[in-house]
Design a protein around this ligand. Structure first.
Ligand SMILES: CC(C)(COP(=O)(O)OP(=O)(O)OC[C@H]1O[C@@H](n2cnc3c(N)ncnc32)[C@H](O)[C@@H]1OP(=O)(O)O)[C@@H](O)C(=O)NCCC(=O)NCCS
Length: 172
């Protein structure tokens, strides 16, 4: 399986996977989010797209990473695709200096919760955004549009980011 940056040619597959993975409202935001996502990744097996990930990098000091949407084709789940998509996004966020990376997961979404927890994400209170970043945290939270049934997760890196960030496609 290969992880690479998404292109316009991937749009139809991404829309299909988003609609198969989320309710209407979240699918709408996932498709709309493709316009400005970074990192914006797809997992490709041969010529077929198995999953995608949309991130948001909040620039500034310090940069803040947010895993906005990650979804895998229902027929291809449980094979490690979600994990490599999130891992690659973490690498890219860190290459831009983000040592706190957030995600929001609905409380009843066990696969997603397990996926993030298995990659070192921990549940945090929403107010940490305010405590760590003050007004900036508030604007980040508003951009995240955290719903009451969502849990905020954070992955914190305390070591230095990788020395030579290498962007573009990677093979796992
Ligand atoms: C969440 C999602 C992206 C996981 O993708 P995936 O490719 O199936 O996940 P992986 O195969 O990489 O599994 C990684 C870890 O996730 C967890 N996980 C995956 N599927 C799971 C399931 N059905 N039940 C419990 N845990 C699960 C496990 O911890 C797993 O690690 P393990 O294999 O070592 O036990 C996928 O289920 C999905 O697209 N869900 C719908 C969209 C969604 O809810 N996205 C997240 C919110 S934006």
């Amino acid at each position: 399986m290969r992880i690479r940056e998404a292109t316009v040619a991937d749009r139809a597959a991404i829309v299909r996977i988003a609609r198969a993975s989320f309710d209407r409202l979240y699918a709408f935001f996932a498709v709309r989010g493709t316009r400005h996502a970074w990192p914006f990744l797809v997992a490709e097996d041969g010529t077929s797209i198995q999953g995608f990930l949309e991130g948001i990098l909040f620039r500034g000091a310090p940069p803040i990473g947010y895993v906005y949407f990650v979804a895998v084709d229902p027929r291809a789940r449980g094979l490690g695709t979600g994990r490599v998509l999130v891992q690659e996004s973490l690498r890219l966020f860190r290459s831009r200096g983000a040592d706190h990376i957030f995600a929001a997961v609905t409380r009843d979404n066990d696969p997603s919760m397990h996926l993030f927890e298995s990659l070192g994400f921990e549940r945090v209170a929403r107010r940490v955004l305010w405590r760590w970043y003050r007004w900036r945290g508030l604007s980040v939270q508003m951009r995240m549009l955290l719903a009451p049934h969502e849990v905020l997760l954070v992955r914190t890196f305390t070591d230095l980011p990788p020395a030579s960030p290498q962007e573009g496609s990677r093979t796992f």
